[in-house]
Ligand binder design. Structure first.
Ligand code: AHM
Ligand code: MG
Length: 337
């Protein structure tokens, strides 16, 4: 099918109905700005060493992680791309300790991980951008960090853009999941898939196996049963993938089913996990639920968690519903987390 048969992102936003209503103009303005910036970012990412983008920036973020040059460039580009949106009240990012007020008078809040999968930048493996949109509860009060501390159920939009062999975006506005691919010739995202659905059962899981000795019992039990294959209790062989870019791993789960896990482990027992709730786990959980899958920290659905900190971490297990139900069951029937 040629690209002339696909509607573009703006046309999609203008035509889609949510419970019979058009997408609010302010949300259309904000999402269009995000997506336009991601198209620019895709172009930058593809240049890599040619424009001096690779390597460490020599700085650290609020979470004590080394920032890559591209982490900072992506963060700056996104701020610049959305800050003048009239509908935006403020934004928050993995790369900034505190939220930034925007120039607009509207009541949307934007959260993002500007460049997810940083360890893959220098080795030319897929990376991505994750975003989440909330409504500021009190539009007239000055912006505060607490405005962002809403559960995932409050999200009005969420998505990611994966910069891989193709640049593809998944988006939800709370009524299913759609996917777009970037036409790199003219910089527009074109609709490629409607009503994305995650198969309920799967034979594929994704986890960083090098952490196995640190896992809690329920996660170890689940993975050991997958590894036992047809000769174990699961009666089927499983396949394993680990890209180490959540965006790319979740994109595979949305595309062909599977389970993605970055669970709590004993390396730093007081940290609930590695991934961040507000701009990684929540938007991905919204997408996964909207595609018919499930997302849990072992005991609770991630979308139900009440955040207490902008940069808080969470244990994440998401994907095909039957597997997530099983993982939750292993947690509830175990004495150890
Ligand atoms: P980042 O946001 O700093 O890039 O970190 C998050 C990434 C996820 O994309 C990925 O799932 C995970 O870290 C990989 O971690 P590990 O290197 O421990 O396997
Ligand atoms: Mg990340």
């Amino acid at each position: 099918m040629s690209s002339s048969n696909h509607i573009n992102f703006k046309q999609y936003l203008a035509s889609v109905k949510l419970a019979g209503e058009s997408v609010p103009a302010g949300l259309q303005e904000l999402l269009t700005a995000v997506v336009k910036t991601c198209a620019t970012l895709s172009h930058e990412v593809a240049q890599g060493a040619l424009i001096g983008l690779l390597g460490s920036a020599g700085t650290g973020n609020v979470q004590g992680e080394v920032q890559q040059k591209l982490d900072i460039i992506a963060n700056d580009l996104l701020i610049e791309g959305v800050q003048s949106c009239q509908s935006l009240a403020g934004l928050a990012s993995e790369e900034m300790e505190f939220p930034l007020p925007a120039q607009g008078t509207g009541d949307y809040l934007l959260l993002f991980d500007p460049l997810d999968g940083s360890s893959n930048i220098d080795v030319n493996v897929s990376i991505g951008t994750i975003f989440s949109v909330l409504n500021k509860q009190d539009p007239n009060a000055p912006l505060q960090t607490s405005d962002f501390l809403l559960s995932g159920r409050h999200q009005v939009a969420a998505g990611y853009v994966v910069y891989g062999p193709q640049t593809t975006m998944a988006l939800t506005l709370g009524d299913g999941v759609v996917m777009f691919t970037l036409n790199k010739v003219n910089g527009t995202f074109l609709l490629i898939k409607n009503k994305v659905k995650i198969s309920h059962s799967t034979k594929e899981f994704a986890i960083n196996m090098s952490n196995m000795r640190h896992w809690a019992d329920p996660v170890r039990r689940y993975v050991e049963e997958c590894l036992a294959g047809v000769s174990g209790t699961r009666d089927k062989d499983f396949n394993m993938r680990w890209i180490a870019s959540m965006v790319a791993d979740v994109h595979r789960v949305l595309s062909r089913g599977g389970v993605f896990m970055y669970p709590w482990d004993q390396r730093e027992p007081h940290k609930p996990g590695k991934l961040r709730l507000m701009y990684e786990a929540n938007p991905m959980s919204f997408l996964v639920e909207q595609a018919g899958g499930a997302s849990t920290n072992g005991t609770d659905l991630i979308m139900d968690l009440q955040p207490t900190d902008l940069h808080e971490r969470v244990s994440v297990m998401l994907g095909s519903k039957e597997e997530i139900d099983r993982i939750q069951h292993y947690h509830s029937s175990s004495a150890h987390r």
